[in-house]
Design a protein around this ligand. Structure first.
Ligand code: NAD
Ligand code: UDP
Length: 322
């Protein structure tokens, strides 16, 4: 039997999706990259367009689509607070209707479908580090809810399609991930700090900068996603994927300044509503079931990302449109 699979990657032109498409094309699979380019540009996958086993589809995931595939990586969704709050109703629709459409497709094709969920399902957590059995502390009516609750509802749909319809599912909860091809204007902390440092602008610390995040390099994360998709039925998730190395936002700023050699100054700005205070993944389950743990330390991953930022023209990147 052929090991070549027909693989659909929704959100495939995005930061993580484009890297995943690249890995799947290199492995010889037939890859369909589906995207509406809300937060991404074709340049992310331009180098794949002339490959015979790669196809690019402009489609909005809130509408059903009929394809024949063996695996579906469901990544379509704006991911940074600025992007997902731009049109919050659309964000919720993408998570919920996108999940329904992809689960329906998986059911019809007998395909395996993986949901890119998020550490945001834990909200502003009271449990630290976060384990998968922690049910989270999300404000359902706050400005982050369109993303957090959309992703939570998607997880519910995945589990119900699995229990009721026997759909072959996997769920990963991704923690903050960074690397080349992240959108330089997505408003996320890593892209903001690197861009500001390179341009010599003030580095904007929201709040006092004592809040923490755990940053995972893109290549590590994508490896974890693939292992989860190809892993056994004993582990359908949800499973945490992230780097347990925890840093304050101020520590991150200092590191970016050191690596870039920038003269930028740190300035404090108001902390956004519902901004989680601490975040760190417990990856015991991923280590056990996927034999996976991140390999790239923050300093090394940041150096790679900064190198990439020096190769792009910032004016080629546009703000998202509805
Ligand atoms: P990204 O914004 O670069 O990628 C998302 C892609 O989805 C973009 O190409 C966008 O155009 C596309 N998209 C959005 N709405 C769509 C729609 N309605 N129809 C079709 N395509 C649509 O973000 P990313 O960082 O690559 O994130 C990928 C996935 O991983 C997302 O689901 C995100 O929630 C999840 N995730 C990412 C992180 C992270 O730190 N990067 C953390 C947790 C979860
Ligand atoms: N943040 C910051 N300055 C910025 C952008 C973000 O201090 O220019 C902070 C933000 O308030 C949060 C952390 O960095 O505490 C991570 O923010 P990001 O948007 O990258 O991810 P998320 O909050 O979704 O984890």
């Amino acid at each position: 039997m052929s090991t070549i699979k027909r693989i659909l990657v929704t959100g495939g032109a995005g930061f993580l999706g484009s890297h995943l498409c690249e890995r799947m094309v290199e492995a010889g699979h037939d890859v369909i990259c589906l995207d509406n380019f809300f937060t991404s540009q074709k340049s992310n996958v331009a180098h794949l367009l002339d490959k015979p086993n790669f196809e690019l589809l402009r489609h909005d995931l809130t509408h059903p689509i009929f394809l024949e595939v063996d695996q579906i990586y469901n990544l379509a969704c704006p991911a940074s607070p600025g992007h997902y709050q731009y049109n919050p109703i659309k964000t919720m629709k993408t998570s919920v209707m996108g999940a329904i459409n992809m689960l329906g497709l998986a059911k019809r094709c007998n395909a395996r479908v993986l949901q890119a969920s998020t550490s945001e399902v834990y909200g502003d957590p009271e449990v630290h580090p976060q384990t998968e059995d922690y049910r989270g502390s999300v404000n359902p009516i706050g400005p982050r809810a369109c993303y957090d609750e959309g992703k939570r509802a998607a997880e519910t749909l995945f589990m119900d399609y699995h229990r009721r319809n026997n759909v072959d599912i996997r769920i990963v909860r991704i923690f903050n991930t960074y690397g080349p091809r992240m959108h330089p204007y997505d408003g996320r902390v890593v892209s903001n700090f690197i861009r500001q440092a390179i341009l010599g602008e003030d580095i904007t610390i929201f709040g006092d900068g004592a809040q923490t995040r755990s940053f995972c390099y893109r290549d590590d994360l994508v490896e974890g996603i693939i292992r989860m998709m190809d892993g056994s039925e004993d582990c359908i998730g949800p499973i945490n994927l992230g780097n347990p190395g925890e840093f304050t936002i101020r520590e991150l700023a200092d590191l970016v300044i050191e690596i870039t050699g920038s003269k930028s100054k740190l300035v404090e700005r108001p902390l956004p509503a519902d901004d989680p205070t601490r975040r760190q993944p417990d990856i015991t389950l991923a280590k056990k079931h996927l034999k996976w743990e991140p390999k790239v330390p923050l300093r090394e991953g940041l150096a790679e990302t900064i190198k990439w930022f020096h190769t792009i023209r910032l004016e080629d990147y546009r703000a998202p449109t509805p």
